[in-house]
Design a protein around this ligand. Structure first.
Ligand code: NAP
Length: 347
């Protein structure tokens, strides 16, 4: 019998509209009966994207049961955990249950392997059987369920030297430190908005390493706890308390901190909307902005930059760049104090 092959990118699973790619699709076929070029995962834990989790909490409150019910409803309606408001997803860890025959010799996975997916839950077919527990302090949700990976989907085997939940938390934002490694150079002044959050701290470490002794790293955060955390870890040369949704105040603070120079590279790592113009006004007109935040409006960024006459280069927060998983996990191996904090917060 000829193999039953789906589209390598997963369009065969799009139900509404048919033939669309799975990320923009409204609904996916989440049947755990896999094609010969798919992989079936027995799912353990979902790491919900921070912008999505924050939005859900804003809608239903902080009660774990209510958060779980909302997540259940989204997955039941869409066949994937694709937040209809933020458009974002997250990722998951689980165990390989079955590898389609067409991938068995090439994908490097076998049943029983423990993996983290490196593609968004906003495009991953997911069928939930039970929500076991919701942990609002980490945005993680333990479940019983099945997920499907396509032929082109990215994944990483969970490393043996780090706790699984820690790897899950870090791999969720792997693109951020990896992009920092590529975008930041010696001597740069780097600003991280939301520097005390999960991706922000990883970016600070990577930025500090890349700017060298002639560069400078500035973290902006608004909560006192997060500011103390950054200071205690020595991850930034300057720590600013501020609200990333207040562009004029952020610009003033960064002007003062840089002696009027502003930042060469700004990374936006907040989990709330409305930070586009703070990044623009805090960055040199010839600088670079990387909008990792999924709460970013790219319309607001583009029109906002035009409106203030900024020629800064702006990058959409592609969560993937080559080697991103290795770079992100390496940060924890290089920085034992950051690892200890992450273990306390996420593992
Ligand atoms: P996180 O751990 O929640 O960090 C966000 C940080 O921003 C927190 O420290 C938060 O402080 C701070 N913050 C919120 N509002 C602020 C404000 N007005 N001014 C200053 N700081 C503020 O989130 P994360 O996991 O690092 O994720 C960050 C963003 O990346 C999210 O938008 C997420 O959706 C996005 N993301 C993107 C990708 C991608 O592929 N591009 C992948 C994963 C996640 P408090 O904790 O005190 O509120």
């Amino acid at each position: 019998m000829p193999p039953r092959l789906g589209c390598p990118y997963g369009s065969h699973r799009s139900v509404e509209p048919r033939e669309s790619l799975p990320q923009p699709a409204w609904r996916l076929d989440n049947t755990p009966d896999i094609y010969d070029n798919e992989i079936l995962i027995d799912v353990e834990t979902l790491n919900v994207d921070s912008a999505s989790f924050t939005k859900i909490v804003g809608e239903v409150g902080g009660d774990p049961a209510a958060i779980g019910a909302r997540i259940w409803a989204i997955v039941a309606e869409r066949g994937k955990l694709h937040n209809p408001v933020t458009g974002s997803g997250g990722m998951l860890i689980g165990t390989v249950e079955r590898v389609g025959s067409a991938l068995a010799d090439t994908c490097g996975l076998k049943p029983g392997d423990r993996i983290a997916t490196l593609i968004s839950l906003s495009l991953t077919p997911l069928k939930l059987e039970v929500i076991r527990s919701v942990r609002p302090e980490t945005d993680q949700v333990d479940v019983v369920g099945k997920a499907v990976l396509f032929e082109k989907s990215l994944y990483a085997k969970l490393p043996a030297d780090l706790p699984d939940k820690l790897s899950l938390a870090v791999l969720d934002v792997a693109g951020a430190p990896a992009q920092t490694a590529k975008l930041v150079g010696p001597g740069d002044t780097v600003l991280v908005l939301g520097g005390g959050g999960k991706s922000g701290l990883l970016c600070l470490h990577e930025a500090k390493k890349r700017v060298g002794v002639t560069g400078r790293v500035i973290a902006l955060e608004y909560s006192a706890t997060a500011l103390e955390r950054i200071q205690a870890l020595g991850l930034a040369d300057t720590v600013l308390q501020g609200d990333a949704t207040k562009p004029l105040q952020v610009r003033q603070a960064v002007l003062e901190a840089t002696g009027g120079e502003l930042a060469d590279v700004t990374l936006s790592n907040v989990n709330v909307p409305g930070a586009e113009l703070s990044a623009i006004l805090a960055t040199k007109e010839t600088g670079l902005i990387y909008y990792f935040s999924m709460a970013t409006s790219f319309t607001a960024a583009a029109l906002g930059a035009e409106g203030v006459g900024s020629d800064a280069r702006m990058l959409i927060g592609n969560g993937y760049t080559k080697g991103h998983a290795d770079i992100a996990l390496q940060v924890l191996r290089e920085n034992p104090r950051l690892r200890a904090l992450f273990e306390e917060l996420y593992a």
